[in-house]
Design a protein around this ligand. Sequence first.
Ligand SMILES: [Zn+2]
Length: 511
Amino acid sequence: MAKKLVLAVVDAMHPGMLREAMDSGEAPTFAALHERGRLIDDCVSSFPSVTPVACSEMLTGVGPGSHGVMGMNWFHRLERRYIEYGSSFEATRTFGLFRAMYDLVYNMNLDHLSWEALTVFERLGDAGVRTATTPFLIWRGRRRHELGLEGLARRALAVANFRHAVYAPDEFFYGDLYASRPTGCVSNMGRPGNRDDYSACVGEELVREGAYDFFLFALPDNDFHSHRHGPDAQVQSIAKADDAFARIVEAGGGLDSFLDDHAVILTADHAQTPVEHELRLAEDLGADWRVLEPNSDRPEHAEIAVCPTSRAAAVYILGGGPGHAGAHRKVADRLRDMAGVDLVTWLADDRDRPVIRSGVGLEGSGEGTEAVVVCNGHELRFNPGGATRDRRGGRWNVSGDMEALAAAKGGERFESEAYPDALGRLWSALVSPHAGDMLVSAAHGYECTDWGGVSHLGGGSHGALIAEDSLAPLLFVGCGPDEPERNPQWALRDLAPVILEHFGIGLRWPS
Ligand SMILES: [Zn+2]
């Protein structure tokens, strides 16, 4: 019988900051776990390295090309509107509070997250393993939960169509909307800075009651703290996450007793880098193109849609038709020269025309389809299946200028320290059904202002393809491979198979 497993996710925890917090004594519980486990410092996030994309990858074992969740903001081609998950309160208000909340709460899990990409909650539920989670963006599972609110709040939300029962883990807590059991814990509508406290309170109850086999213990406050005060200030918020973890350990009778019947994975969805400049993509492109406005009732009049997602972005060419290739080239030329843009990438067909996407899926993308990557004046092309191997064992055809991805290509190896797992992550993002026609990764120090006009200037952010945004710590205690150091490049999509294997479910996952 496998031990229970806790997956603790500290949002945006930077691997160097975790080390600092442990070494300075600010994170004694994590340090004690580290003494008994194996720590990897370079587990690669998804691209864009933002929470919805990364958490979907973590829980499904596949990248955005298969799970379908793209960024904090993206354009829905069939519905001809922006999807906004809440980049900031101002962005939420721009699109309408209820509409953004509806996309976040219901559509992300029940529509945008592909039904072919099963979550670990679904896989474990099918195998009879009891699952639990504190509030986390991705939660699709096998147990039905009714909306938890009562009285006036319930009637008010019903007007905004917040009325649905959902399928989620056996034990499911989501703000004030869903709670699978009474805990007496106060969520304060998920107010940032209070969320770890709520998770810890719920976690204590679940540990005391032995209410799960697999428990996703989400600690989101570090991301908020680091956005505001910068990544160098993380030690303080990692210390708070450590406190929260210590509370569930105490509820389990102290560390020795807790680890007698628990294995632990401690990780993060991405890291953060400092923000010194704003990249006003919609405004800059708006000087030359008619950019789709939020909630526009004449979407057919717009030429492009612009989707900022922290330190990454997507641009969609609207309208299709014979003008598509020309418009695509002009926008790509503009983006590549723009200050703050590090990298622009898109898919081209075997005649070097940009691949046209309509609705969902890639139409006309065949054998010859290539990704084009333009970065720092260099251009590189690649597609899957060739003789060149990356660090994860992926096989690629690569041509052009390796400097575009700061890569060394020695013989049949492709290595880039600056852009970890670059080919795999870019390809998965580009072939995602909802991907933009062009994807952008921001330069060091830049963040896109969101549709509410907000950035984290003076603080921190993430989303880019570069290593500093993308590498997360990954600590195994009592689970995972015996020598995780032997895996040359861990990625978030490796976690789902490790979790399933822990419970004896030996599925092979596509990479
Ligand atoms: Zn964030």
